[in-house]
Design a protein around this ligand. Structure first.
Ligand code: FES
Ligand code: FES
Length: 217
């Protein structure tokens, strides 16, 4: 029996042919074939945000976030927007840092209902109704948080880029474990990386902060 050959050619989807592989469908071609709007609808379900319309085929809506004790209504946020993006680019809270932006370094750490989370990996709309605390919200009545004080006193930084994330992670850790050992501190902030390698001083600072907090200093 004669084998039938498919007449489906990659040009029909992409308009361009990959040299040496006529049957490889390029990513661009796949998206073109489906159409941008269809892709957006599949990836960002419209029910997920309060609708204001679409922007370049992507759902946009307002998001209400409670950050550092204040309520913010942020209009025209794309459904795919991360919490980190909104904090930095819409609310001008630039303490949380976009370093890896893939849940690996901890530079973007904030508190969500008191728990340390990577804000680069949480959608802004998923943070609605939650209490968000950034490093900017840790000081109170003009006084730094004991963890911040301890980082200053122990010179626990070099470039400082990782510092806000470490401070927030340490605050969350000490709320769970107010009297940690050195090994527990190492484990407790192990979700954060310091490319300058100031770990020894960071660990010292967290231990010192724990003592300050226990003494109510
Ligand atoms: S920027 Fe979020 S974990 Fe690295
Ligand atoms: S102080 Fe530079 S990355 Fe940590």
């Amino acid at each position: 029996m004669k084998e039938e050959k498919s007449d489906v050619r990659p040009e029909s989807l992409s308009g361009e042919e990959s040299p040496g592989d006529r049957f490889e469908i390029s990513r661009r071609g796949f998206l073109k074939g489906l159409g941008g709007t269809a892709v957006a609808a599949a990836v960002f379900p419209k029910a997920a945000v309060s609708q204001e319309g679409t922007l370049r085929g992507v759902s946009v809506g307002s998001v209400t976030l409670r950050v550092n004790g204040q309520t913010h209504v942020i209009p025209r946020v794309e459904a795919r927007t991360t919490l980190l993006d909104v904090l930095r680019n819409r609310l001008d809270l630039t303490g949380a840092k976009p370093i890896c932006e893939r849940a690996s370094c901890g530079g973007c750490t904030v508190l969500l209902d008191g728990k340390a989370v990577y804000s680069c990996s949480i959608l802004a709309m998923d943070a609605e109704g939650r209490e968000i605390t950034t490093v900017e919200g840790l000081a109170s009545n003009g006084r730094l948080h004991p963890v911040q004080e301890a980082f200053v006193e122990h010179d626990a930084l070099q470039c400082g880029f990782c510092t806000p994330g470490f401070v927030v992670a340490a605050v969350a850790f000490l709320q769970e474990n107010p009297n940690p050992t050195l090994e527990e501190v190492k484990q407790g902030v192990s979700g954060n990386l310091c490319r300058c390698g100031t770990y020894t001083r960071i660990f010292e600072a967290v231990l010192a902060a724990a003592e300050k907090m226990r003494k109510g200093a």
